[in-house]
Design a protein around this ligand. Sequence first.
Ligand SMILES: Nc1ncnc2c1ncn2[C@@H]1O[C@H](COP(=O)(O)OS(=O)(=O)O)[C@@H](OP(=O)(O)O)[C@H]1O
Length: 369
Amino acid sequence: LHLEAAGGGLTCDLAAREAAASLVAGRDWAGLRGHPCVPADTLLQLEAGVEDPADAVEYLGERVVADVGPGPGAAAGLSFLSVGSQHASCVKGLLPKVMYIGVGHSGSTTLADAMNQHPDLTYGQTKEHNCIWNYNGDNKAGFIERYTAQFQVKCSKKIAFDSSPRTMFLGDPADEQTITYPIAKKFGLGVGAVAALKDVLGADAKFITMFRDPVPWAMSNGVQDVLDAHDLTDIQINRSNLGFGKGFLKGQTLTHGFFAKRACYANGLEAWLKVFPRENFLFLTSEDFFADPQAAYDQVTDFLGVSRAKYPEELSNGGSGRRRNNRKHHDGIHEQYHALPWVKGCRERLEKLTGLKFKWDDHAESTSA
Ligand SMILES: Nc1ncnc2c1ncn2[C@@H]1O[C@H](COP(=O)(O)OS(=O)(=O)O)[C@@H](OP(=O)(O)O)[C@H]1O
Protein backbone atom coordinates (compact mmCIF):
# COMPACT_ATOMS: atom_id res chain seq x y z
CA LEU A 1 0.00 0.00 0.00
CA HIS A 2 2.94 2.26 0.29
CA LEU A 3 3.44 4.81 -2.41
CA GLU A 4 6.68 6.63 -2.19
CA ALA A 5 6.17 10.30 -1.58
CA ALA A 6 8.06 13.12 -3.20
CA GLY A 7 11.29 13.76 -1.35
CA GLY A 8 12.35 11.97 1.83
CA GLY A 9 11.61 8.35 2.47
CA LEU A 10 8.16 8.90 3.98
CA THR A 11 5.09 7.44 2.39
CA CYS A 12 1.56 8.79 2.21
CA ASP A 13 -0.24 5.62 3.14
CA LEU A 14 -3.43 5.28 5.15
CA ALA A 15 -1.66 5.57 8.51
CA ALA A 16 0.14 8.70 7.36
CA ARG A 17 -3.13 10.21 6.13
CA GLU A 18 -4.72 9.51 9.52
CA ALA A 19 -1.79 11.15 11.27
CA ALA A 20 -2.00 14.16 8.96
CA ALA A 21 -5.74 14.46 9.56
CA SER A 22 -5.12 14.66 13.32
CA LEU A 23 -2.48 17.33 12.83
CA VAL A 24 -4.77 19.35 10.56
CA ALA A 25 -7.63 18.99 13.06
CA GLY A 26 -5.28 20.24 15.79
CA ARG A 27 -3.98 23.11 13.58
CA ASP A 28 -0.48 21.73 14.19
CA TRP A 29 1.16 23.36 11.16
CA ALA A 30 4.69 22.81 12.48
CA GLY A 31 4.01 19.10 12.83
CA LEU A 32 2.86 19.00 9.22
CA ARG A 33 6.01 20.47 7.72
CA GLY A 34 7.46 18.02 5.23
CA HIS A 35 4.54 15.64 5.74
CA PRO A 36 4.17 13.39 2.68
CA CYS A 37 0.38 13.77 2.52
CA VAL A 38 0.18 17.55 2.73
CA PRO A 39 1.68 19.46 -0.19
CA ALA A 40 3.95 22.34 0.81
CA ASP A 41 1.80 24.93 -0.96
CA THR A 42 -1.32 23.64 0.79
CA LEU A 43 0.44 23.91 4.13
CA LEU A 44 1.47 27.46 3.32
CA GLN A 45 -2.16 28.30 2.62
CA LEU A 46 -3.37 26.53 5.76
CA GLU A 47 -0.92 28.53 7.83
CA ALA A 48 -1.91 31.75 6.14
CA GLY A 49 -5.56 31.00 6.86
CA VAL A 50 -6.59 31.01 3.19
CA GLU A 51 -7.08 27.25 2.90
CA ASP A 52 -9.90 25.83 4.99
CA PRO A 53 -8.75 22.87 7.16
CA ALA A 54 -12.13 21.28 6.41
CA ASP A 55 -10.96 20.93 2.80
CA ALA A 56 -8.44 18.31 3.94
CA VAL A 57 -11.00 15.70 2.87
CA GLU A 58 -9.81 16.33 -0.67
CA TYR A 59 -6.29 15.12 -0.11
CA LEU A 60 -6.70 12.93 2.98
CA GLY A 61 -10.01 11.27 2.19
CA GLU A 62 -13.46 11.83 3.62
CA ARG A 63 -13.45 8.77 5.83
CA VAL A 64 -10.03 9.44 7.32
CA VAL A 65 -10.93 13.03 8.17
CA ALA A 66 -14.33 12.08 9.56
CA ASP A 67 -12.78 9.43 11.77
CA VAL A 68 -10.36 11.89 13.30
CA GLY A 69 -13.37 13.85 14.60
CA PRO A 70 -13.79 14.44 18.31
CA GLY A 71 -12.83 11.86 20.87
CA PRO A 72 -9.47 10.26 21.54
CA GLY A 73 -8.65 7.18 19.58
CA ALA A 74 -11.43 7.80 17.08
CA ALA A 75 -9.07 6.80 14.28
CA ALA A 76 -7.63 3.84 16.13
CA GLY A 77 -8.06 0.40 14.75
CA LEU A 78 -8.48 1.56 11.16
CA SER A 79 -6.87 -0.55 8.58
CA PHE A 80 -7.09 -0.63 4.86
CA LEU A 81 -9.11 -3.79 5.18
CA SER A 82 -11.65 -2.06 7.36
CA VAL A 83 -11.99 0.64 4.72
CA GLY A 84 -12.69 -2.06 2.14
CA SER A 85 -15.27 -3.71 4.36
CA GLN A 86 -17.29 -0.48 4.36
CA HIS A 87 -18.50 -1.43 0.91
CA ALA A 88 -21.34 -3.81 0.38
CA SER A 89 -19.99 -7.33 -0.10
CA CYS A 90 -17.92 -7.18 -3.28
CA VAL A 91 -14.85 -4.96 -3.58
CA LYS A 92 -12.17 -4.89 -6.27
CA GLY A 93 -9.09 -2.87 -7.13
CA LEU A 94 -9.56 -0.76 -10.26
CA LEU A 95 -6.74 1.07 -12.04
CA PRO A 96 -7.93 4.59 -12.89
CA LYS A 97 -8.17 5.13 -16.60
CA VAL A 98 -9.51 8.64 -16.23
CA MET A 99 -7.70 11.56 -14.70
CA TYR A 100 -8.98 15.01 -13.87
CA ILE A 101 -5.63 16.70 -14.39
CA GLY A 102 -6.44 20.30 -13.51
CA VAL A 103 -6.85 22.90 -12.60
CA GLY A 104 -7.73 23.13 -8.92
CA HIS A 105 -9.92 25.89 -7.50
CA SER A 106 -12.07 25.60 -10.59
CA GLY A 107 -15.00 23.57 -9.26
CA SER A 108 -13.07 20.30 -9.43
CA THR A 109 -14.38 19.00 -6.08
CA THR A 110 -17.98 19.57 -7.04
CA LEU A 111 -17.45 17.89 -10.38
CA ALA A 112 -15.59 14.95 -8.79
CA ASP A 113 -18.36 14.49 -6.22
CA ALA A 114 -20.98 14.48 -8.94
CA MET A 115 -18.99 11.93 -10.95
CA ASN A 116 -18.43 9.80 -7.85
CA GLN A 117 -22.21 9.52 -7.43
CA HIS A 118 -22.63 8.10 -10.92
CA PRO A 119 -23.35 4.35 -10.71
CA ASP A 120 -20.44 3.50 -13.02
CA LEU A 121 -17.83 5.95 -11.75
CA THR A 122 -15.73 6.17 -8.61
CA TYR A 123 -12.73 8.01 -7.23
CA GLY A 124 -12.01 5.33 -4.67
CA GLN A 125 -11.21 6.44 -1.13
CA THR A 126 -10.48 10.06 -1.87
CA LYS A 127 -10.87 12.64 -4.61
CA GLU A 128 -7.18 13.51 -4.84
CA HIS A 129 -4.76 10.61 -4.65
CA ASN A 130 -1.82 12.92 -5.33
CA CYS A 131 0.62 10.11 -5.94
CA ILE A 132 0.85 9.27 -9.65
CA TRP A 133 3.90 11.53 -9.88
CA ASN A 134 5.75 9.29 -7.45
CA TYR A 135 6.45 6.90 -10.32
CA ASN A 136 10.21 6.88 -10.78
CA GLY A 137 10.57 4.32 -13.54
CA ASP A 138 11.50 1.42 -11.23
CA ASN A 139 9.28 -1.63 -11.11
CA LYS A 140 6.35 -0.39 -13.18
CA ALA A 141 4.23 -3.46 -12.39
CA GLY A 142 4.74 -2.95 -8.66
CA PHE A 143 3.84 0.73 -8.93
CA ILE A 144 0.66 -0.06 -10.86
CA GLU A 145 -0.28 -2.67 -8.28
CA ARG A 146 0.20 -0.24 -5.39
CA TYR A 147 -1.61 2.55 -7.22
CA THR A 148 -4.53 0.25 -8.05
CA ALA A 149 -4.72 -0.73 -4.38
CA GLN A 150 -5.67 2.89 -3.65
CA PHE A 151 -8.88 2.27 -5.59
CA GLN A 152 -10.73 -0.39 -3.63
CA VAL A 153 -14.15 0.05 -5.14
CA LYS A 154 -17.52 -1.66 -5.38
CA CYS A 155 -17.50 -4.38 -8.02
CA SER A 156 -20.36 -2.62 -9.81
CA LYS A 157 -18.15 0.39 -10.63
CA LYS A 158 -16.78 0.39 -14.17
CA ILE A 159 -14.39 3.33 -14.27
CA ALA A 160 -12.13 4.71 -11.56
CA PHE A 161 -10.84 8.26 -11.81
CA ASP A 162 -8.17 10.22 -9.99
CA SER A 163 -8.86 13.91 -9.53
CA SER A 164 -5.46 15.30 -8.50
CA PRO A 165 -5.54 18.79 -9.91
CA ARG A 166 -1.81 19.39 -9.91
CA THR A 167 -1.23 16.63 -12.45
CA MET A 168 -1.44 18.96 -15.43
CA PHE A 169 1.59 20.93 -14.26
CA LEU A 170 3.79 17.88 -14.86
CA GLY A 171 3.48 19.03 -18.46
CA ASP A 172 5.12 22.39 -17.80
CA PRO A 173 8.89 22.11 -18.18
CA ALA A 174 9.32 25.11 -15.85
CA ASP A 175 6.90 24.24 -13.03
CA GLU A 176 8.55 24.96 -9.70
CA GLN A 177 6.68 22.45 -7.58
CA THR A 178 6.35 19.34 -9.72
CA ILE A 179 10.02 19.55 -10.73
CA THR A 180 10.80 18.06 -7.30
CA TYR A 181 8.63 14.97 -7.88
CA PRO A 182 10.20 11.55 -8.58
CA ILE A 183 8.68 11.29 -12.07
CA ALA A 184 10.21 14.64 -13.04
CA LYS A 185 13.59 13.73 -11.55
CA LYS A 186 13.68 10.60 -13.63
CA PHE A 187 12.01 11.63 -16.89
CA GLY A 188 12.10 15.42 -16.81
CA LEU A 189 9.04 17.65 -16.72
CA GLY A 190 7.02 18.24 -19.89
CA VAL A 191 6.89 15.55 -22.54
CA GLY A 192 9.16 13.25 -20.50
CA ALA A 193 6.89 13.07 -17.44
CA VAL A 194 3.69 12.87 -19.49
CA ALA A 195 5.12 10.06 -21.65
CA ALA A 196 6.04 8.18 -18.46
CA LEU A 197 2.43 8.52 -17.31
CA LYS A 198 1.29 7.13 -20.64
CA ASP A 199 3.48 4.14 -19.97
CA VAL A 200 1.81 3.63 -16.56
CA LEU A 201 -1.82 4.40 -17.46
CA GLY A 202 -1.90 3.19 -21.06
CA ALA A 203 -2.43 5.01 -24.33
CA ASP A 204 -6.21 4.79 -23.86
CA ALA A 205 -6.25 6.89 -20.67
CA LYS A 206 -8.70 9.80 -20.77
CA PHE A 207 -8.22 13.24 -19.33
CA ILE A 208 -10.64 15.87 -18.10
CA THR A 209 -9.61 19.47 -17.59
CA MET A 210 -11.45 22.55 -16.42
CA PHE A 211 -10.12 26.07 -16.67
CA ARG A 212 -11.33 29.08 -14.72
CA ASP A 213 -10.70 32.75 -15.36
CA PRO A 214 -7.23 33.19 -13.78
CA VAL A 215 -8.30 36.21 -11.71
CA PRO A 216 -11.01 34.53 -9.58
CA TRP A 217 -8.85 31.40 -9.72
CA ALA A 218 -6.03 33.32 -8.08
CA MET A 219 -8.40 34.86 -5.54
CA SER A 220 -9.62 31.38 -4.68
CA ASN A 221 -6.04 30.16 -4.28
CA GLY A 222 -5.35 32.98 -1.85
CA VAL A 223 -2.89 34.51 -4.26
CA GLN A 224 -3.83 38.01 -3.34
CA ASP A 225 -1.79 40.94 -2.40
CA VAL A 226 -1.11 41.66 1.26
CA LEU A 227 -0.07 45.06 2.38
CA ASP A 228 2.74 44.23 4.70
CA ALA A 229 4.94 41.39 5.89
CA HIS A 230 3.25 41.33 9.32
CA ASP A 231 -0.04 40.66 7.58
CA LEU A 232 1.29 37.20 6.87
CA THR A 233 0.59 36.27 10.46
CA ASP A 234 -2.50 38.40 11.00
CA ILE A 235 -3.59 38.21 7.43
CA GLN A 236 -5.45 41.14 5.97
CA ILE A 237 -6.11 40.48 2.35
CA ASN A 238 -6.39 43.48 0.11
CA ARG A 239 -9.47 42.43 -1.78
CA SER A 240 -8.69 44.07 -5.07
CA ASN A 241 -4.99 44.15 -5.60
CA LEU A 242 -3.62 41.16 -7.44
CA GLY A 243 0.03 41.89 -7.60
CA PHE A 244 -0.26 45.31 -9.11
CA GLY A 245 0.58 46.77 -5.73
CA LYS A 246 3.65 46.70 -3.56
CA GLY A 247 3.25 43.64 -1.37
CA PHE A 248 2.68 40.00 -2.03
CA LEU A 249 1.87 36.76 -0.23
CA LYS A 250 5.17 34.94 0.20
CA GLY A 251 6.20 36.01 -3.27
CA GLN A 252 2.97 34.89 -4.85
CA THR A 253 0.79 37.22 -6.86
CA LEU A 254 -1.03 36.76 -10.11
CA THR A 255 1.68 38.68 -11.90
CA HIS A 256 4.67 37.33 -10.05
CA GLY A 257 5.89 33.94 -8.92
CA PHE A 258 4.77 30.35 -9.07
CA PHE A 259 1.02 31.00 -9.34
CA ALA A 260 1.48 33.66 -12.01
CA LYS A 261 3.23 31.06 -14.16
CA ARG A 262 0.59 28.43 -13.48
CA ALA A 263 -2.13 30.90 -14.48
CA CYS A 264 -0.75 30.53 -17.99
CA TYR A 265 -2.52 27.17 -18.22
CA ALA A 266 -1.29 26.52 -21.76
CA ASN A 267 2.22 25.97 -20.39
CA GLY A 268 1.00 22.95 -18.46
CA LEU A 269 -1.29 21.55 -21.13
CA GLU A 270 0.93 21.76 -24.20
CA ALA A 271 3.03 18.65 -23.54
CA TRP A 272 -0.07 16.54 -22.86
CA LEU A 273 -1.27 17.12 -26.40
CA LYS A 274 2.10 16.14 -27.78
CA VAL A 275 1.89 12.77 -26.01
CA PHE A 276 -1.82 11.89 -26.23
CA PRO A 277 -4.22 12.46 -29.14
CA ARG A 278 -6.81 15.23 -28.89
CA GLU A 279 -9.69 12.75 -28.62
CA ASN A 280 -8.39 11.53 -25.24
CA PHE A 281 -9.26 14.92 -23.71
CA LEU A 282 -12.39 16.68 -22.53
CA PHE A 283 -11.88 20.41 -22.04
CA LEU A 284 -14.36 22.27 -19.85
CA THR A 285 -14.57 25.78 -18.50
CA SER A 286 -15.58 26.60 -14.94
CA GLU A 287 -17.78 29.40 -16.21
CA ASP A 288 -19.89 26.95 -18.24
CA PHE A 289 -19.88 24.39 -15.42
CA PHE A 290 -21.06 26.93 -12.86
CA ALA A 291 -23.74 28.25 -15.22
CA ASP A 292 -25.09 24.85 -16.29
CA PRO A 293 -23.67 21.91 -14.30
CA GLN A 294 -26.04 19.42 -15.91
CA ALA A 295 -24.72 20.26 -19.39
CA ALA A 296 -21.11 19.86 -18.23
CA TYR A 297 -21.98 16.62 -16.46
CA ASP A 298 -23.57 15.31 -19.69
CA GLN A 299 -20.37 16.18 -21.54
CA VAL A 300 -18.39 14.18 -18.98
CA THR A 301 -20.59 11.08 -19.12
CA ASP A 302 -20.74 11.18 -22.93
CA PHE A 303 -16.97 11.51 -23.08
CA LEU A 304 -16.54 8.52 -20.76
CA GLY A 305 -19.11 6.42 -22.61
CA VAL A 306 -21.39 5.89 -19.61
CA SER A 307 -25.08 6.69 -19.41
CA ARG A 308 -26.20 10.24 -18.75
CA ALA A 309 -27.46 10.85 -15.22
CA LYS A 310 -29.19 13.63 -13.35
CA TYR A 311 -26.74 16.08 -11.86
CA PRO A 312 -27.07 15.59 -8.06
CA GLU A 313 -29.54 18.03 -6.55
CA GLU A 314 -27.48 18.74 -3.45
CA LEU A 315 -24.52 19.90 -5.55
CA SER A 316 -26.59 22.29 -7.64
CA ASN A 317 -25.83 25.42 -5.67
CA GLY A 318 -22.09 24.96 -5.62
CA GLY A 319 -22.36 21.89 -3.41
CA SER A 320 -19.08 20.53 -2.25
CA GLY A 321 -17.29 23.37 -4.05
CA ARG A 322 -18.12 24.74 -0.64
CA ARG A 323 -15.49 27.38 -0.20
CA ARG A 324 -17.20 30.41 -1.64
CA ASN A 325 -14.44 32.92 -1.39
CA ASN A 326 -16.09 36.21 -0.54
CA ARG A 327 -12.97 38.20 -1.38
CA LYS A 328 -13.84 39.28 -4.88
CA HIS A 329 -11.57 41.17 -7.20
CA HIS A 330 -12.53 44.49 -8.75
CA ASP A 331 -13.55 44.90 -12.37
CA GLY A 332 -10.64 47.25 -12.93
CA ILE A 333 -8.06 44.71 -11.78
CA HIS A 334 -9.72 42.07 -13.91
CA GLU A 335 -9.49 44.28 -17.01
CA GLN A 336 -5.93 45.29 -16.20
CA TYR A 337 -4.82 41.67 -15.92
CA HIS A 338 -6.50 40.50 -19.10
CA ALA A 339 -5.07 43.42 -21.07
CA LEU A 340 -1.48 42.32 -20.39
CA PRO A 341 0.11 41.12 -23.65
CA TRP A 342 1.52 37.92 -22.18
CA VAL A 343 -1.82 37.11 -20.57
CA LYS A 344 -3.53 37.53 -23.96
CA GLY A 345 -0.91 35.29 -25.52
CA CYS A 346 -1.51 32.57 -22.95
CA ARG A 347 -5.25 32.69 -23.50
CA GLU A 348 -4.84 32.49 -27.28
CA ARG A 349 -2.55 29.49 -26.98
CA LEU A 350 -5.01 27.76 -24.65
CA GLU A 351 -7.91 28.45 -27.01
CA LYS A 352 -5.92 26.99 -29.87
CA LEU A 353 -4.99 23.88 -27.88
CA THR A 354 -8.50 23.23 -26.55
CA GLY A 355 -10.79 24.66 -29.21
CA LEU A 356 -12.61 26.47 -26.38
CA LYS A 357 -13.52 30.15 -26.38
CA PHE A 358 -13.09 31.65 -22.93
CA LYS A 359 -15.54 34.28 -21.71
CA TRP A 360 -12.95 35.87 -19.49
CA ASP A 361 -13.71 39.41 -20.58
CA ASP A 362 -17.02 39.17 -18.73
CA HIS A 363 -17.00 40.38 -15.19
CA ALA A 364 -19.06 37.43 -14.03
CA GLU A 365 -17.10 36.87 -10.84
CA SER A 366 -15.88 40.37 -10.02
CA THR A 367 -17.36 43.24 -8.12
CA SER A 368 -17.38 46.90 -8.93
CA ALA A 369 -17.68 47.79 -5.25
N1 LIG B 1 -21.51 25.68 -8.90
C1 LIG B 1 -20.58 26.56 -8.56
N2 LIG B 1 -20.77 27.86 -8.81
C2 LIG B 1 -19.83 28.77 -8.49
N3 LIG B 1 -18.64 28.46 -7.92
C3 LIG B 1 -18.41 27.17 -7.66
C4 LIG B 1 -19.35 26.17 -7.95
N4 LIG B 1 -18.80 24.98 -7.58
C5 LIG B 1 -17.57 25.27 -7.08
N5 LIG B 1 -17.36 26.59 -7.12
C6 LIG B 1 -16.15 27.28 -6.70
O1 LIG B 1 -14.99 26.55 -7.13
C7 LIG B 1 -13.95 26.75 -6.17
C8 LIG B 1 -13.51 25.42 -5.61
O2 LIG B 1 -12.88 24.72 -6.63
P1 LIG B 1 -12.20 23.29 -6.39
O3 LIG B 1 -13.18 22.37 -5.78
O4 LIG B 1 -11.61 22.91 -7.71
O5 LIG B 1 -11.06 23.63 -5.36
S1 LIG B 1 -9.92 22.63 -4.86
O6 LIG B 1 -8.91 22.55 -5.89
O7 LIG B 1 -10.53 21.34 -4.62
O8 LIG B 1 -9.40 23.23 -3.64
C9 LIG B 1 -14.52 27.64 -5.10
O9 LIG B 1 -14.20 28.96 -5.53
P2 LIG B 1 -13.99 30.18 -4.50
O10 LIG B 1 -15.26 30.33 -3.72
O11 LIG B 1 -13.73 31.36 -5.40
O12 LIG B 1 -12.82 29.83 -3.65
C10 LIG B 1 -16.01 27.37 -5.20
O13 LIG B 1 -16.79 28.41 -4.69
